[in-house]
Design a protein around this ligand. Structure first.
Ligand SMILES: [Zn+2]
Ligand SMILES: [Zn+2]
Length: 207
């Protein structure tokens, strides 16, 4: 599995392109923006881009979805079922405030424990509300990798001062869904650099 971080959009959110080299299938996590370099990189790998996975509905993670789908019309948008309202509402998802109002209707709505196969990879979704009502993390057990969105950052956690946020829900999500993962699980967050579960369990000052 190959992970490329292509920061994108107005807040340079970490946009991950994941390629399963064994099968040539790939997916994107959180396209906050979209540009020619990103398109060309994916094209250059020859991948079949199957899914666009949204960890949650905030504008900085979704503003690139529509442009991406023009280049890769076969890709299916995946989000948690409880994030539908935010994805459809350009005020709630804050895209209107960025001057680029978008409404997104996911092709595939998932919930806690659902899995999705991309080539030889099995992705598992954890429902991790708190930073947003339908926030989720994406876990690939075989590869020891977690895409944590804005739930968990390196020595930090997502903001809980937006509409629909709850600090207690976020803390519970992290304690019940993320801390049980193996210490060596690599964490690829929506902002800032990567970390791992063991380090965060020992050092994260917020949870
Ligand atoms: Zn967010
Ligand atoms: Zn964010």
């Amino acid at each position: 599995m190959q992970i490329t971080n292509m920061p994108s959009g107005p807040l340079a959110v970490n946009t991950y392109y994941v390629l399963d080299e064994k099968t040539g299938k790939g997916f994107i996590v959180d396209p906050g923006g979209w540009n020619e370099q990103m398109k060309n990189h994916i094209m250059s790998t020859g991948a079949d881009l199957e899914y666009v996975i949204l960890t949650h509905g905030h504008a900085d993670h979704i503003l690139g979805v529509q442009a991406l789908l023009k280049d890769f019309p076969g890709a299916k948008v995946v989000a948690h079922e409880k994030e539908s309202e935010m994805l459809m509402d350009s005020s709630f998802n804050m895209s209107a405030q960025f001057g680029q109002p978008v409404s997104i209707s996911p092709d595939l709505k998932v919930k806690e424990g659902d899995t999705l196969t991309v080539g030889s990879l099995e992705l598992k979704f954890f429902f991790t509300p708190g930073h947003s009502p339908g926030g989720m993390c994406v876990y690939i057990e075989e590869e020891n990798v977690l895409f944590s969105g804005d739930t968990l950052f390196q020595s930090s956690i997502g903001r809980t001062d937006f509409p629909g946020c709850s600090f207690s829900a976020l803390a519970e999500s992290i304690h019940t869904k993320l801390w049980p993962l193996p210490d060596e699980t690599a964490v690829y967050p929506g902002h800032m650099g990567p970390t791992n579960i063991g380090f965060e369990k020992g050092h994260n000052p917020f949870v």
